[in-house]
Design a protein around this ligand. Structure first.
Ligand SMILES: Nc1ncnc2c1ncn2[C@@H]1O[C@H](COP(=O)(O)OP(=O)(O)O)[C@@H](O)[C@H]1O
Ligand SMILES: N[C@@H](CCOP(=O)(O)O)C(=O)O
Length: 347
């Protein structure tokens, strides 16, 4: 997971890049403002994402039509001192995720609100999780985007778009999953100093996405840990060319996707961490499909040009699964144009 909260730099700095006292002179001694004067009730949908897309390591990603759903009920605090927080989780993570204020989404909401000088209301969070965890589909980025959007809803003045971009990118540590989880579509993002920037890419109308999800997990932190500190100049140069080509292929020339998805920075270096996934990528690419490792793996993503190419990739994955002992679930999943969206419930 790319979470930096509470690691290395302090949690407050991870959220804003500045100390609280710099933004709120007089704090941290200043008490938090009481939250909410009226109850709020809403549903949040946040998409899965596939990062890297081959050579776009830590900078490119797209949102997929597979969503976590969170129902939120926020009410003014009954007990003045402590917020009452209840968490329920169905689906992915139901057996493992905490049900208290240490839950990633809840703890991050609390930190963002505190950073803005506002205390937590009483909060009921009901998570219906559909994004598989630790499969390279951005579940942690989706959780971070959920927290940012819920905090935006609960803060009296909300968050600006710029704050939403900075906070979540900083917490995740890299923006490639987080930005499409927040904003949808396909995104190219970069960092200058401690500021994150992003531009949307408008995908070509023929672009299709096919996903193959295995029944094994791979922690993102571990997959990042195996990457070398230094890359050869020749690899960096080759990767630059393919990343530039990838922007062109995604937006204007899907027939170039196979050449454009050739990576020199991370997939081969991580092969031992997800050998069956690399075998599937190799097999798909030999057959002409633009297959890549999704995020830090172990899922595999195919970028296809048109419906029949997408169906052929789907069949190739199903045949590969039948030939090997590996369990793969293939799916043709559209790109989600919407990112994290909120629907209000009347009370
Ligand atoms: N919806 C969620 N709510 C709370 N925590 C989550 C949620 N989704 C993911 N996480 C946390 O993130 C971890 C997975 O993160 P990571 O290893 O980065 O893989 P992924 O590629 O799925 O983001 C989970 O084990 C869990 O601790
Ligand atoms: N660029 C990151 C992407 C991690 O994505 P995830 O979905 O596996 O969390 C990396 O390759 O480490």
């Amino acid at each position: 997971m790319g979470i930096t909260l509470g690691q290395g730099i302090g949690a407050e700095e991870a959220l804003t890049g500045e100390s609280r006292s710099a933004q709120h002179p007089g704090s941290p001694a200043a008490p938090l403002t009481a939250p909410l004067t009226a109850p709020r009730s809403f549903r949040l949908r946040v998409p899965a994402t596939s990062a890297n897309l081959g050579p776009g390591y830590d900078c490119m990603g797209l949102a997929l039509d597979l969503h976590d759903i969170i129902d939120v009920v926020a009410t003014p605090r009954r007990d003045g001192d402590r917020p009452q927080v209840t968490v329920s989780v169905e689906g992915e993570g139901a057996a493992t995720l905490p049900r208290d204020a240490t839950h990633l989404v809840v703890s991050l909401i609390e930190r963002i609100m505190a950073r803005h000088g506002v205390g937590m209301p009483d909060l009921e969070v009901r998570a219906h999780n559909h994004i598989p965890h630790s499969r390279g589909l951005g579940s942690s980025a989706a959780a971070v985007a959920s927290a940012v959007i819920i905090a935006d809803e609960l803060l009296p003045d909300g968050l600006t778009d710029e704050e939403k971009l900075q906070i979540g990118s900083r917490v995740e540590g890299h923006p490639d999953n987080y930005v499409p989880a927040l904003r949808g579509g396909v995104a190219l993002s970069w960092q200058e100093g401690d500021r994150f920037h992003t531009v949307p890419l408008i995908p070509h109308e023929e672009l299709r996405t096919v996903l193959a999800v295995p029944d094994v997990e791979q922690s993102t932190a571990e997959a990042r840990g195996v990457l070398p500190e230094v890359v050869l100049h020749a690899d960096a140069a080759a990767n630059s060319a393919r990343t530039g080509l990838l922007v062109h292929a995604l937006t204007s020339a899907p027939e170039l996707l196979l050449a454009a998805t050739c990576d020199r920075l991370h997939q081969e270096q991580r092969r031992a961490a997800f050998a069956p996934s690399m075998a599937l990528v190799d097999s798909l690419r030999e057959a002409g499909h633009a297959a890549v490792i999704s995020g830090a793996g172990p899922s595999v993503l195919v970028l296809a040009a048109g419906d029949s190419a997408a169906r052929a990739a789907w069949s190739h994955i199903a045949d590969h699964a039948a030939r090997t002992d590996d369990m793969w679930t293939p799916a043709i999943l559209p790109i989600s144009r919407a990112g994290a969206t909120v629907e209000e419930y009347p009370r």
